[in-house]
Design a protein around this ligand. Structure first.
Ligand code: CAA
Length: 382
């Protein structure tokens, strides 16, 4: 067992740090206030190879590992969680399943442009009455000649305001068990009958976009079915296993940023004649934050390592997300507490971290869903 980062991973981590500090951190607070989508930051990520991290060289990508993706996402999320989720969804919820389940024609058509950041990807599973119970979705797709015709409304679609390519899950057969008869489709922006509708106003990750999608008589070619028709649900779940590693990475980034801000403030702020960092009450908070961040990071890298080896990682990804998202919320809350009244102001970044951290316990499967997934694996283990 070797806990050191390899030379390659260290180089990637350092490049991601440079990208995040130079191109993402400046303006992050401003974008949070104005809600301006981090498209420029996304395009710049393309120049660094961060928009197609695991894409093979044959399709124009750098062919890096999922461990590299974790390290990149941690660095980006330290600077801006809105840019972080945009990159996470693009890499793990759109590009990864296309790579794994796509036909050669689909991969040749889309992967090179996804890898350079020319195209932005999104993932659309949830609906008004199917969030945690994803298999209850009702958006329909009926076969008609060479096409499927999609009808229905999807919700909570990250990056939808600017995305070019979407994976959309719709029901193609009725009367089966609810997770059967669901098909995954690749849907291009601009397809007639496909409307990106209402944009949500959120507590955190305010520069990222979250929208409703409406499909009305929307014809999607059969050639755009991802994987086997009727077998979309397992594709959606397999994809979320990877996505959860991405959100765990996001949570670690937010937690690390919270710790760094807390340390800086604790060294500067004087009370009772000395810096507050000299008080044990503050030191214990910093120590607890640090230990939890280290644990979450190891768990997340382990889940990515399993994914890189092609081994099962459903439970490990859920464990990483469960612990990392809790860590982000704990660390951001403690960072605000260490800042006292200043932490409650927009003048310091910790109030943004606290708002951004909250979503990591909700999207790509709530904390409760992660526990359900882990408990199933524990109970099924021989
Ligand atoms: N990988 C591959 N296949 C899987 C799988 C996985 N991780 N988990 C389940 N499956 C397969 C099962 O093997 C089964 O397949 P068969 O047809 O061969 O039997 C099928 O899927 C059904 O599995 P379950 O019986 O376990 O399904 P379930 O209805 O009990 O649901 C669940 C399980 C874990 C609760 C699931 O519904 C779930 O993860 N819910 C949360 C959904 C979620 O995370 N949504 C977030 C959406 S994205 C988002 O947040 C917005 C964004 O843009 C970022």
């Amino acid at each position: 067992m070797d806990f050191d980062l390899s030379e390659d991973l260290t180089m990637i981590r350092d490049a991601a740090r440079e990208y995040a500090e130079k191109w993402v951190a400046p303006g992050a607070a401003e974008r949070d206030l104005t809600g301006v989508f981090p498209l420029e930051q996304f395009k710049k990520a393309g120049e660094y190879g961060f928009t197609g991290i695991c894409v093979p060289e044959a399709y124009g990508g750098p062919a890096l590992s999922n461990q590299a993706l974790v390290l990149v996402l941690i660095e980006v999320n330290k600077a801006c969680a809105s840019t972080g989720v945009t990159l996470s969804v693009h890499n793990s919820l759109l590009t990864a399943p296309l790579l794994k389940f796509g036909t050669e024609a689909q991969k040749a058509k889309y992967l090179p442009r996804l890898a350079t950041g020319e195209l932005l990807g999104a993932y659309s599973l949830s609906e008004a009455n199917s969030g945690s119970d994803a298999a209850a979705l009702v958006c329909s797709a009926r076969a008609d000649g060479d096409d499927y015709v999609l009808d229905g409304t999807k919700l909570w679609v990250t990056s939808a305001s600017h995305a070019d390519l979407f994976i959309v899950f719709a029901r193609t057969e009725k009367g089966l068990k609810k997770h059967q008869g669901i098909t995954a489709f690749l849907v291009e922006r601009g397809t007639p009958g496909f409307i990106v509708s209402k944009k949500e106003h959120k507590m955190g990750i305010r520069a990222s976009s979250t929208c409703e999608l409406v499909f009305e008589n929307c014809r999607v070619p059969k050639a755009n079915v991802l994987g086997e028709a009727g077998r979309g649900f397992p594709i959606g779940m397999d994809t979320l296993d990877g996505g959860r590693i991405g959100i765990a990475s996001q949570a670690i980034g937010i937690a690390e940023a919270s710790l760094a801000a807390a340390v800086k403030y604790a060294k500067e702020r004087q009370a009772f004649g000395k810096p507050i960092a000299q008080f044990q009450a503050i030191q214990f908070k910093l120590a607890e934050m640090k230990a939890r961040i280290e644990a979450a990071t190891l768990m997340t890298l382990r889940a990515a390592w399993l994914k890189d080896l092609g081994r099962p990682h459903t439970s490990e990804a859920a464990q990483a997300k469960l612990l990392a998202s809790r860590t982000a919320n704990f660390a951001a809350r403690e960072a605000v507490q260490i800042h006292g009244g200043a932490g409650y102001l927009e003048d310091f970044p910790v109030e943004r971290y606290m708002r951004d951290a909250r979503i990591t316990e909700i999207y790509e499967g709530t904390t409760e869903i992660q526990k359900l997934v882990i408990a199933r694996s524990v109970l099924e283990a021989k």
